[in-house]
Design a protein around this ligand. Structure first.
Ligand code: NAD
Length: 257
């Protein structure tokens, strides 16, 4: 994967783990000069070892004060963003609508939509003309599955937010697209009961459990890796996708077909 980000400044949220960490690394390795990294997990964020300058902001993407600080830091240095990957998200605990508590619904919506709104608002404010923004949706926002109501609804919302932001950004040539992964072996599956059960059935082999799941669910018999998603994100952030805006790139081994 060889998109060139030499001298570019980029923001990544959910940067300390999984897809966000892979994308931050890919951006740094593709020449990015400065990365603004946001994550709830202060320790993992501090442990990120990247070959470029970084500004770290530990906190909740749904906390408006965090974004005030990100914007204040950027304006202090008189800087703008060339790229933003707004990726932080949580799945919540599976339950049907009938059995779901309002608190669980609010928790997922808070991170996946409120947090994304605040991330997007700051990114649009900080973006230079011609910048590119990618939002992490999910195949769950494309294909309806029972038991993941707030996750699916929030990710469908993400896909529509990309379309609206694309229209709003177009006069300044700011492109906004979404990426919808199917299943990636990251920390997001930890504590999700059906996956924990599957891992137990595979004697603790997480990758094996995910592979077995993908074999049953996808025409290609496989899901994607965090590094593959990161490569696709860099494509969407780069000039190679220069006429694409408001689209959702689905990367799911054909699961949603
Ligand atoms: P992950 O758990 O490995 O990483 C998510 C990161 O986001 C973590 O470092 C976590 O600390 C951070 N985070 C969570 N809530 C936050 C908050 N409120 N504020 C700031 N940071 C927060 O998971 P991942 O799989 O890399 O997930 C990244 C994105 O990909 C999510 O939006 C997720 O919905 C989406 N996604 C993942 C999959 C998958 O199978 N892994 C599939 C489709 C979509």
């Amino acid at each position: 994967m060889t998109h060139d980000f030499t001298g570019k400044r980029a923001l990544v949220t959910g940067a300390a783990s999984g897809i966000g960490a892979a994308a931050a690394r890919a951006l740094a390795e593709a020449g990015a000069e400065h990365l603004v990294l946001v994550d709830l997990d202060k320790e993992r964020l501090a442990a990120m070892d990247l070959p470029c300058a970084v500004s770290l902001h530990a906190g909740d993407v749904a906390d408006e004060a965090l974004w005030d600080a990100v914007e204040a830091d950027a304006s202090d240095g008189g800087t703008t963003l060339d790229a933003a990957f707004l990726n932080a998200g949580i799945p919540g605990q599976p339950a049907t609508f009938a059995k779901m508590s309002f608190a669980e619904w609010r928790k997922v919506i808070s991170v996946n939509l409120d947090g994304l709104f605040l991330s997007l608002r700051s990114s649009m404010r900080l973006a230079s003309d011609g910048a590119a923004i990618v939002l992490t949706a999910s195949v769950a926002g494309v294909k309806a599955e029972p038991g993941i109501g707030p996750y699916g609804a929030s990710k469908a919302g993400v896909i529509h937010m990309a379309k609206i932001a694309a229209k709003e950004g177009a006069p300044r040539r700011i492109r906004v697209n979404a990426i919808a992964p199917g299943g990636v072996d990251t920390g997001i599956w930890d504590g999700v009961p059906f996956f924990d059960n599957l891992v137990a059935k595979h004697q603790g082999d997480r990758a094996g459990a995910l592979s077995a799941m993908a074999e049953g669910m996808t025409p290609m018999g496989r899901f994607e890796s965090a590094e593959e998603i990161a490569g696709q994100v860099l494509f969407l952030l780069s000039g190679a996708s220069g006429t694409m805006t408001g689209t959702t790139l689905v990367s799911d081994g054909g699961y949603s077909l």
